[in-house]
Write a new protein. Structure first.
Lengths: 167, 122, 365
């Protein structure tokens, strides 16, 4: 019984078009990524990546996407991600691109990274605030996220078992 | 990769052993087409090889440097040269190609060699 | 063998290229021994730059490459019969190789000039045959191929010895093996009976090697420096570059490509010169090493008189399906079955020898 090793690729959808957010959904992202792999690596690459490929987590509000694939083929997946140019949903196309943030072996490490990353983003936001109202708002959410961090981690302890499968 | 042994026999004697040092592999192929109909020209032939690569290995495969060293339009046989790391890609792509201009076709790989020399088997 | 598919995708079959440098007239030079050890050769070609017409001496050497014989459906036990051993094997160099058998799927037999008969057989035949052998080196964990070596000139292999009777029984009654054989015999001294008369009751054909000449015009030739196996940038080419170029010339690949050409980006290695004409001769057949040594000797003598050419090459291809490459080193086909060597002889009689083998081979001597 050998565990299948997976890789989780954490990326964010970046788009100029605010409407794009609506169409960030599992199917659309999955299709767009598959399409890119098919174009860049052909049938063979697509077949390699398709083993256990899935969109594991998706947050339409922040644009965060977590993709899963086999460890053998994550290089193919990562190299194809920059070639995603648009998301398509309900016959609407929105130009966008995927920004790879992190590649991890478990969902847990990706989650840890995401929390850390978002906190850094908040600090950056704080620096670029222009008025008092914004500053107060950001500070509040910063405080909130540092307070709930412990709880949040212990609450999701079981999560990393999701990413592993046994044969 | 190169390993030279100390000169043993004579002052000028020197021996080098190169393990899989050849940068290229050579394939002698033959394209099987049903009789009649247009035969591809050299450029079309190369295009066919590239399209086979694109189909199976995508743009990355199509970017593989493949050289058509010789091509005979009459017999549809050719010698291809490819970097060694792309040999398996090229071979698999040729094997899985099924159509030329909507006609059935098949590539037969006759010989695969790591060095530039070719043997015409007796 | 359990590489992930993506790594296997980048892996090409292994091969070996051995390059040697030496002097042809040196007392301890082994170049002739290397030629002698490579028993089965199917193609010999040589290229002389700056040569329009072949000297008479070379012409007669080529004409004298000798004939070889093809015997159809010859039972193998005829080769271990004592009449045959006494008449041919012990009185010269006798070469035999099965014709049109595939080393990776068929049974194959070969008789080496030192009197060793080598049978490369699959597992079923091996078990039926009941002769002692050893598993093939390249058949993997589950052995599917065995090599049987019988020394015909062994003192214990006289008629009526147990060993001889066992071999004869195995090959005659237990599992009669029949092949088409290519035969050649080299001997010096008194004329004995010939292969033709010996095998007259079998179908024996006398074949002549096919010889083709061609003169190549305005050929781009790489510059070589006999001391520089590795080549020097801007000054001379390395052995690998030469090897590749030679392959291109033998296959009539056009060399004047631009590196931006769509079809092919191959060009002659740098630095090079344009040679007005070059002489290319190819001999195909079952060519025995003794004749190749003669040819090599004549090619060395070519530089006895002052010549324009700085070097010439002699390329010898072995049979892809022969069971041995050099000496008794086992040879397998794998993807290409290549076993070949190439001499470059320089004006000062320095030589380069390149020996190449494929995946299922030992390192050349």
């Amino acid at each position: 019984m050998v565990r299948f090793k997976n890789r989780y690729v954490l990326c964010e959808v970046v788009s100029e078009d605010p409407q794009c957010r609506q169409c960030i959904e599992d199917r659309a992202v999955g299709l767009a990524v598959r399409d890119a792999i098919g174009r860049v690596h052909g049938d063979f690459g697509l077949a390699c990546c398709s083993i256990s490929f899935t969109v594991k987590y998706l947050n339409a509000y922040t644009g965060t996407v977590l993709l899963r694939c086999r460890k053998d083929s994550y290089r193919l997946l990562c190299s194809a991600l920059p070639f995603v140019r648009q998301l398509e949903s309900r016959n609407q196309r929105y130009p966008c691109f995927l920004n790879t943030l992190h590649v991890g072996g478990t969902i847990r490490t990706c989650q840890k990274f995401l929390i850390e990353y978002n906190r850094r983003q908040l600090l950056l936001l704080l620096q670029s605030c222009t008025n008092e109202e914004e500053r107060r708002c950001v500070q509040k959410s910063l405080l909130r996220c540092s307070l709930t961090e412990e709880q949040c981690l212990s609450g999701n302890e079981d999560d990393d078992d999701d990413g592993t499968e046994t044969d | 990769m190169a390993l030279s042994e100390p000169a043993a026999a004579a002052a000028t004697f020197e021996r080098r052993v190169l393990r899989s040092a050849g940068e290229h592999h050579y394939l002698r192929v033959w394209l099987e087409l049903p009789d009649g109909g247009a035969r591809p020209s050299a450029a079309q032939f190369k295009q066919l090889v590239v399209s086979a690569l694109r189909e199976l290995h995508g743009e990355v495969g199509a970017a593989l440097p493949v050289d058509v060293l010789t091509y005979e339009e009459k017999t549809l046989s050719a010698i291809l040269r490819v970097v060694s790391s792309g040999l398996v890609k090229l071979w698999s792509a040729l094997t899985l190609l099924g159509f030329y201009q909507n006609r059935r076709c098949a590539f037969r790989v006759l010989q695969v060699k790591p060095c530039g020399d070719w043997i015409g088997q007796q | 063998m359990s590489l992930p598919p993506l790594q296997r995708l980048r892996q090409a079959p292994r091969h070996l290229l051995v390059c040697e440098k030496g002097h042809a007239r040196h007392a301890r030079s082994r170049h002739a021994a290397h030629v002698r050890d490579h028993a089965y050769n199917c193609r010999v070609s040589f290229l002389i730059p700056e040569c329009g017409l072949l000297p008479e001496v070379l012409k007669s050497t080529i004409a004298d490459v000798g004939e070889y014989y093809l015997v159809r459906n010859l039972p193998v036990h005829e080769l271990v019969a004592h009449d045959f051993i006494d008449a041919f094997v012990k009185k010269g160099s006798c070469y035999a190789l099965t014709y049109k058998t595939k080393i990776d799927q068929d049974n194959t037999a070969a008789l080496l000039p030192n009197g060793n008969l080598i049978l490369s057989v699959d597992k079923d035949t091996y078990e039926e045959l009941g002769l002692q052998g050893r598993p093939s080196k390249y058949s993997g964990k589950k052995v599917m191929r065995y090599i049987i070596t019988i020394d015909l000139t062994d003192s214990g292999f006289h008629p009526d010895s147990k060993k001889h009777n066992r071999v004869l029984w195995a090959l005659k009654e237990n599992k009669p093996l029949e092949f088409d054989f290519l035969l050649a015999w080299y001997h010096t001294g008194a004329e004995g009976s010939t292969l033709v008369s010996y095998f007259s009751k079998n179908q024996i054909e006398t074949l002549k090697p096919k010889i083709t000449f061609s003169t190549l015009r305005d050929l781009q030739c790489p510059l070589l420096e006999s001391n520089e196996l590795y080549g020097k940038p801007e000054e001379s080419c390395s052995t690998e570059e030469l090897f590749e170029w030679l392959g291109a010339v033998l296959n009539q690949v056009s060399l004047d490509n631009k590196s931006s050409s769509f079809l092919s980006t191959y060009c002659c290695p740098q630095p090079n010169t344009i040679v007005e004409k070059a002489f290319l001769c190819t001999i195909t057949g079952f060519i025995i090493p003794e004749k190749i040594i003669q040819l090599l000797e004549q090619l060395c003598c070519y530089f006895g008189e002052p010549k324009l050419a700085c070097w010439l090459t002699l390329t010898v291809h072995g049979f892809a399906d022969s069971p041995v490459s050099w000496r008794e080193n086992e040879h397998g086909f794998h993807k290409g079955g290549e076993n070949l060597y190439n001499f470059v002889i320089f004006r000062n009689l320095d030589y380069w020898l390149q020996m190449a083998v494929g995946t299922n081979d030992d390192c050349p001597p």
